[in-house]
Design a protein around this ligand. Sequence first.
Ligand code: FCB
Length: 451
Amino acid sequence: MPTWNDAPAQALPRGFVWGVSTSSYQIEGAVQADGRGPSVWDSYSRVPGHIANGDTGDVACDHYHRYAEDIALMRGLGVGAYRFSVAWPRVLPAGTGVANEAGLVFYDRLIDGLLAAGIDPWLCLYHWDLPQALQDRGGWLNRDIAGWFADYAGLIARRFGDRVRRFATFNEPSVFTLFGYGFAWHPPGTTEPADLWKAIHHVNLAHGAGVDALRQAAPAASVGAIHNVQPARPVQQTAADEAAATLLDEYWNKAFPEAQILGHYPPALSRAIEPFIQSGDMARICRQPDWFGVNHYSPIYARADPAARLGFAWADSPPDVPRSPIGWQLDPAAFRDTLIDVHRRYRLPIYVLENGAGAVEKPDASGEVNDRERIDYLATYTGALRAAVAAGADVRGYFVWSLLDNFEWGAGYANRFGLVYVDYPTQRRIPKASARWYAEMIRAEKARATR
Ligand code: FCB
């Protein structure tokens, strides 16, 4: 069995894509510019206590105004692709109905700028910033949302399908449903299990309807969804914790890909969601995607808790494991195994659309950000990816999270994941040592591929 250590020179498939990822609410700012409507993250982040330091995405990286500079940064990295998301409330301020031309024009310019720089745009429709107007109509608890989402997907495909080929419906549906309706860590911030089950099913219905709308409006589109996939482990080796981990695995790793690709829910969830499933629904959800997007950082842990309404509780990773500067477990073997498992289970081309390391950092006296630990992380994790390829996994691309430091949800601006440092008061961008490392790695890979 190869390990990540002995496969550094493992050749990657021809055309392997190196990229970077971001998302709309985390970088755009300009939340009131040019007719953008509010999103659930605007509302949620304004509630005291929700976000560290009271941070909001109001300004973020001001990417809305600085996108040209950010494209130039990507060009400097030499990436072949950029994954971003469209802010639904920027293009449809009320969520449905009349489109906001100024919002669409922003993405026209972004896409045209990327293409002119030789960077392939990967467009994700939903990275969690639901229009507040739709939340006011029930949000993911209203079954009509499948149609609202399909209309939005059709608008985007009609507008950009002449220039964008890669479309994703959702980023990490299990995170925003479980954190939003199970643990109250994300909007709407509630903890009613029946709402969580309903939301999961409606997101899946929206996915199916969205895929149909994308393919209808842009027949050449290559369509997928982006799933966070990580081993869900028991915090202790007890039968009760193991049962808790099995449940967490259903919510975290299986609720969406199994329904969308295999046409069924995993066993425990299937019983829970049953009351919300109408005749024909599983056929509406199940669509053969063109690829499988994997986001992966570290393993997650569950423990049994008789008081937990979902049948499991979230647990911290064990105290003795290696950790990143923000406390996330480092376990490249789990990444390798995840890629192999996804390959075996779904038999689709895999693109890693998020992987990276968070830190609390600032420039040194000479103004440089020497992020050695991030370089080590990226080197080790891309090594694990090579090991997965050596073991037969069909992995075709790798995107670092993230191009820029940005609004990291509940952690606000405290946790930095960027290859490029953002000095928020001045909005100055400072490429970190890891940006140079990534650029050099891509350059070497390109040279190898043309030999
Ligand atoms: C993922 C999210 C992304 C970012 C990274 C660190 O779960 O998709 O927006 O926050 O984690």
